[in-house]
Design a protein around this ligand. Structure first.
Ligand code: NAI
Length: 292
């Protein structure tokens, strides 16, 4: 397997921008790609602000921070990824959209390049089927936010080779992460367990068992979780949570995974969580005049 010098990150939202930062800080040249130029502008600012904060807190030297920013390039042109040795996809959680992207990447990137997906739940085997290199396709699931969280969940598709697995594990470890390995079943390990809990929190709210504040406080103080499940759902993105529940429901075929109607309604209403300023909670700053 060729050495990894250049990493391509596709999707510059909350996960892609964090993964690009992590890769640049650890010495890799990075191409960060997004189809939406505004998302790239936002990601560049998020990454610079985050690196500045790390430097000011003494977690990173000024030289490492400056070098990292110098190794990061942004683009909306897929062809720019032709120099990448390892691609990490972090676009929208949709099987069709991911397959289309993997099929396009397969035609552009080096024959030796590994194609990894940061998918939360979608079958790696099916994503790999859209390429001519299923042995070099793998799940590399970072936790949110990628620069901070210590885990990477690696998912082997039906045809993923040992070489691809070993190279992906080595890369995650170079990023300073602990690796767990999952077989390719809907939701893998983390979201198979986490998302039904979040969905159940929505049902608890929907059926009037308790207020959102009491659900979150109960789970934080009662089970020692750092965030309540509804707060966490807003942090992840309610659209992402709903997509994952749909994958669990379809893939595992049990009605216990049916998404809560309240979660569906919030997404229909555009209440996607922190990234939109409103989800279960409202994060928008109200003008003084209309503050209650
Ligand atoms: P996001 O909505 O913040 O960002 C997605 C980005 O992908 C957007 O900037 C969008 O413009 C771009 N995009 C969409 N289609 C594209 C395409 N065809 N080509 C290029 N760019 C495209 O989403 P987020 O939260 O960063 O999630 C991304 C992936 O990471 C999803 O698969 C999600 O399931 C997974 N994930 C999300 C976590 C979370 O806590 N939000 C945690 C771990 C994984």
């Amino acid at each position: 397997m060729a050495q990894t010098n250049t990493i391509g990150v596709v999707g510059s939202g909350q996960m892609g921008s964090g993964i690009a930062q992590l890769a640049a800080v650890h010495g890799f040249h990075v191409w960060l790609l997004d189809s939406d130029p505004d998302a790239l502008t936002g990601a560049t600012k998020t990454i610079s602000d985050s690196i500045r904060r790390l430097v000011s807190k003494g977690h990173l030297s000024q030289a490492v921070g400056t070098d990292a920013l110098g190794r990061l390039r942004c683009t909306s042109n897929l062809e720019d990824l032709c120099s990448a040795d390892f691609i990490i996809e972090a676009i929208v959680e949709s099987e069709d959209v991911k397959k289309k992207l993997f099929s396009e990447l397969d035609k552009i990137v080096k024959v030796s390049a590994i194609l990894a997906s940061n998918t939360s739940s979608i079958s790696i085997t099916r994503i790999a089927s859209a390429t001519s290199r299923p042995r070099q396709v793998i799940g590399m699931h970072f936790m949110n936010p990628p620069p901070i969280m210590k885990l990477v969940e690696i998912v082997r598709g039906a045809d993923t080779s040992d070489e691809t697995f070993n190279a992906t594990k080595a890369l995650a470890e170079r990023f300073g992460k602990t690796v767990v390995c999952s077989q390719d079943y809907s939701g893998f390990i983390i979201n198979r367990i986490l998302m039904p809990m979040i969905n159940e929190a929505f049902f608890t709210l929907y059926t009037g068992v308790a207020t959102k504040e009491d659900i979150d406080t109960g789970m934080k103080l009662g089970t020692n979780h750092p965030m309540g499940p509804l707060e966490l759902a807003d942090f992840i993105g309610l659209d992402v949570c709903l997509s994952i529940m749909k994958v669990l429901h379809a893939g595992l075929g049990d009605s216990k995974y049916a998404p809560c109607p309240l979660l569906v309604q919030y997404v229909d209403a555009g209440r996607l969580g922190r990234k939109r300023g409103i989800g279960v909670y409202n994060y928008q700053k109200l003008p003084e005049a209309i503050k209650p």
